[in-house]
Design a protein around this ligand. Structure first.
Ligand SMILES: [Zn+2]
Length: 255
């Protein structure tokens, strides 16, 4: 019972943070304040009442439409909220109520915001990734599960791999497959997860990105010329790794 109560509280906490993450996803690319003004409908600008601003629940009760103007609310809002709640819950199931969970929760929220901004705008915001590199490195001095050497190597290996691929890719394909934003994103994840986990994260990211690209081209949703942002796949790879990295490593060693 104790675990169920904890789990529900953590999931709800994730929904609430996810609701705030939506504001960040929407406003950071526009350089708007993430605090003022309060939430309003992007279509009719009418302020959203607290009762209509309950994560997940309000979207369902309002059937995905603004109460004032009736325009559709993007499905991205409930998706971001649910994903945040879900990842918080799984992190705490694996790492318990620990400092490691707390730091992974903060990291995962930053990564969800980055992934959705990249999906929408094809940019990785420096205002998150650059401080993220510094914060990840500083944290490594105070926590038992990652050394500062491992964190520093994570920054160099993560950023370095993407930098080499970006330079090689633009030389071979004459177009930008990956940008500086992806370099900083990989460096940030490396700072938090260390050099082994960032290699696994990027490998999974490449694999899932290529697979998705092939499926989208085969389904004729995208053409070969379309650019599919890589940031969300790095994020997805890092989520899988921060949750199940040890299993992946022992599976690989036993292989
Ligand atoms: Zn409206």
């Amino acid at each position: 019972m104790y675990y169920v109560v904890n789990g529900v509280i953590i999931f709800i906490l994730g929904l609430i943070v996810g609701s705030f993450s939506n504001v960040c996803v929407y406003r950071i690319p526009k350089n708007e304040s993430i605090i003022f003004p309060a939430s309003h409908c992007p279509k009719c600008s009418s302020p959203i009442k607290p009762v209509d601003n309950i994560p997940l629940l309000s979207y369902i009760l309002l059937k995905g439409r603004c109460r004032n103007c009736g325009n559709k609310i993007s499905t991205q809002y409930p998706i971001v909220e649910f994903l945040t709640g879900l990842i918080y819950l799984i992190i705490c199931l694996i790492y318990g109520l620990s400092i490691q969970s707390l730091i992974y929760i903060i990291l995962s929220s930053a990564l969800i915001i980055i992934a959705f901004i990249d999906l929408n705008e094809q940019i990785v915001p420096d205002v998150i990734s650059l401080p993220g590199i510094v914060i990840g490195f500083i944290i490594s001095f105070f926590v038992p599960y990652i050394s500062f050497i491992n964190s520093a190597l994570g920054v160099l290996v993560g950023g370095g791999i993407i930098l080499i691929i970006a330079l090689g890719g633009s030389a071979i394909f004459k177009k930008e497959a990956m940008g500086g934003g992806d370099v900083k994103l990989a460096a940030m994840i490396g700072a938090f997860l260390g050099w082994r986990y960032i290699i696994i994260s990027l490998f999974l990211g490449f694999f899932l990105g290529a697979l998705t690209g092939i499926i989208l081209i085969m389904a004729k949703i995208k053409s070969r010329e379309d650019v599919v942002p890589f940031g969300p796949f790095i994020v997805l790879g890092s989520f899988i790794t921060l949750l199940w990295g040890e299993q992946i490593i022992s599976w690989y060693i036993g292989f």
